[in-house]
Ligand binder design. Structure first.
Ligand code: F6R
Length: 353
């Protein structure tokens, strides 16, 4: 069943290229430069968008919201468990998108129901046909990742991000052929990473660390959060993800020579240069630096280890960088002999609020 892999998690990490191809299948029209999402028939939306989600799906929603904002659609993200408490204003012109792999997460279902009661249109972005979220929402967008057995979400995170890229393209105005082509390239780029990654060696170098920090800006901030969540879940070690600029506002006090800092830096723009500035700050505290990078900037000069991702369009950066971090978490947990597919205290789907 595990097709020769020691764990479902590793198998599912390696299934990402095919899962991502399934997500794209039949949805992009190259000639027209358009995206058609069969499950979204009749959804024409030009009002604000609110995302509700938990855990890894929340991180995918952060990426998705940024995509929508770049196409001119106002989009916000809420932790599903905080949505009702926050008294978020929602009305008939709002599209509320629940991102939920299982489609059964109680907090997310609750938030979607509140939104529906307030008159919003609801959309489930889910992996599970026939799930509560898919049945209860006005629309469903299936991510088509196939069954995920490992408790830690891996391939479904990648597929959620790609599905939300497609949603942004479908809802946004104007088609951008280059952007759609970039989406098509993602599965092959993930394959390249899987074949060439040095994540195992990096994991082995830092298996005895006191803690792990992950930093990124913009699209890379959710990647940092997800890198830390995966590390916590399956290694039981302390890990935190930060917006790179926040490091100096407190967390820097935790940084030592025994806390590797994983910095996600792609391109060579202002955001990259600022994150490199943050990398220098941790380097000055003797922390080992692992750069997850396409090599476009000079971050490699300040890094003790480099985890490469192919030269990329920024649309694919979050998916690709995350694959390297999935592998690091997996190999640290593997070295520690953890119960990788069923981490202690965790369940695949959380059906209580
Ligand atoms: C982390 C993980 C959880 C889920 C969260 C939401 O690896 O799997 O954080 O992402 O419980 O689950 P879904 O997406 O089913 O709503």
């Amino acid at each position: 069943e595990k097709s020769g892999y020691d764990h479902y998690m590793l198998k599912e990490i390696h299934e990402q290229p095919s899962a991502l191809r399934q997500c794209l299948r039949g949805r992009i029209d190259d000639l027209e430069g358009t995206v058609t999402l069969e499950d979204l028939d009749g959804l024409a939306h030009d009002g604000p968008v609110q995302f509700v989600a938990c855990g890894t799906s929340y991180h995918a929603a952060l990426v998705g919201a940024e995509r929508l904002r770049r196409t001119g659609i106002p989009a916000q993200v809420f932790l599903a468990s905080e949505y009702a408490t926050d008294r978020v204003p929602v009305g008939a012109d709002t599209l509320v998108v629940g991102v939920t792999q299982s489609g059964e997460t109680a907090d997310t279902l609750r938030a979607l129901r509140e939104a529906a009661r307030a008159g919003a249109t609801t959309l489930a972005v889910t992996n599970t046909v026939g799930s509560s979220a898919a049945r209860e929402c006005d629309h469903a967008l299936y991510i088509r990742a196939g069954p995920e057995i490992g408790v830690a979400a891996t391939k479904t995170f990648a597929s959620q991000q790609l599905a939300l890229d497609l949603l942004a393209a479908a809802l946004g105005d104007g088609s951008d052929r280059a952007a759609l082509k970039a989406l098509r390239d993602i599965p092959g780029q993930v394959q390249t990473i899987l074949e060439t990654s040095d994540a195992r060696a990096v994991a082995e170098a830092f298996v005895d660390a006191d803690g792990y920090f992950f930093i990124g800006r913009g699209y890379h901030y959710p990647v940092a959060l997800e890198g830390a969540l995966k590390m916590k879940e399956i290694t039981y070690r302390h890990a935190e993800g930060f917006a790179a600029g926040e490091l100096k506002h407190g967390p820097l006090a935790l940084v030592t020579e025994n806390t590797p800092v994983f910095a996600v830096v792609t391109g060579d723009d202002e955001a990259a240069r600022k994150t490199i500035g943050n990398v220098k700050e941790v380097e000055a505290r003797d922390a080992p630096v692992v750069a997850i990078t396409d090599g476009e900037s000079d971050v490699t000069r300040y890094a003790d280890h480099v985890l490469e991702i192919p030269a990329i369009d920024e649309l694919s950066a979050s998916v690709l960088a995350n694959v390297q971090l999935q592998l690091v978490a997996y190999w640290v947990a593997n070295q520690l002999g953890r119960s990788i597919d069923k981490p202690r205290n965790l369940a695949k789907s959380v059906t209580v609020e």
